[in-house]
Design a protein around this ligand. Sequence first.
Ligand code: MTE
Ligand code: MO
Length: 412
Amino acid sequence: MRKKENESGGRRLSRRAALQLTGGGALAFGLPLPFLKNLPTGVMLLAVADDTGVREGLTVLGERPLNMETPPHLLDDEVTPGARMFVRNNGQPPKLEANAAAGWKVRIDGEVERALDLSIADLRRDFETVSLRLQIECAGNGRKFFVPGSRGNQWSFGAISCAEWTGVRLRDVLQAAGVKPGAVYTGHYGADTHLSGNADKEAISRGVPMEKAMEAHNLIAFAMNGNDIPLLNGHPLRLVVPGWPGSCSQKWLKRIWVRDQVHDGEKMTGESYRVPAYPVAPGTEVPAEDFAIIESLPVKSLVTFPRTGHRVDAGASFEVRGQAWAGDRAVARVDVSTDFGSTWKQAELAKPANRYAWQRWRADLSLPQVGYYEVWARATDDAGQAQPPVTPGWNPKGYLNNMQHRIAVVAL
Ligand SMILES: Nc1nc2c(c(=O)[nH]1)N[C@H]1C(S)=C(S)[C@@H](COP(=O)(O)O)O[C@H]1N2
Ligand SMILES: [Mo]
């Protein structure tokens, strides 16, 4: 196999190698595969064959499982394209046949009047199809900045997306199954496999309380941005439960088990997606019984333009812009500062395309004299909660870091 370095230090596939990998498919030509060397064949094939191509410019945080985040300047699109979606895998993505969608079924069972086995054709035929722009953010986004740190993917700012998802309402499907009065929680299952290869273990299986499950914006989605869902983002069927930890949005969805108790699947217990129920000093050992399950994610924003390191003329006006979101809440305002938070200027803030879509913000700024500046952005939600300038409440696994994002700008 011919090897060629690209600027990110990764390798490019030769045309012949790409043909061998994809069995003749043309998807991988010329795409960089920075992680090629260490990937087991199955994942490599999936990455090569993913219909977004290999996601150029994303930062690979881990290869097994494959995890990548999107630098803020690549999150400037109002609707995140597949090629710029972060990827968070807890296990090994399923190896899918080309026509996996045709034979796919999802089972709804447990505390329901009638268990349902639904194909994607059934979902399309029996339920109203809706399209919504929905945020998915990993609860560990920002983990990298906690001190002391914790194991797990060292996400900085880029484990967030807002794509347009098309599917049916989870609520409508649950109602068709007939939720029994004893229903407490959902439990979600996907077709990916545990890293150990043990078929009896789930990579991840999380859920939400019935009240959240019945909220009208949760989708069982079969399309994204008007196309098939990319393989790495859950093709051919996934849940999207916006505003809560991304881990509630099961990819490669096979089953929703309606539980008569709080779901106790993989990564529902212990320190996974749970934080101390009260504020603790950094590094504290917290007793197991004092953890609470994370629900809505906190208010947050990004500066997506310009890219950090930008140069402007002193005194000249320049545009800054970005995205803001607030879990179950809406963003009420965004302010920006060029003097390390001493003074703030209110940005223009767009309404969300729909509830749970992120909100675009922009401001015109100028820098008084030649020198080094930072642009800080601070979003405030409709309950008056604003982003802190530094890491908020420390917790053992480094969840819920909604500190302000800042970029460097140099005035010349
Ligand atoms: N089946 C399955 N679903 C999953 C995961 C997974 O590992 N397997 N990861 C979850 C986590 S932790 C997050 S943050 C989101 C990420 O979605 P994305 O990879 O499409 O960006 O998917 C969630 N759904
Ligand atoms: Mo996540």
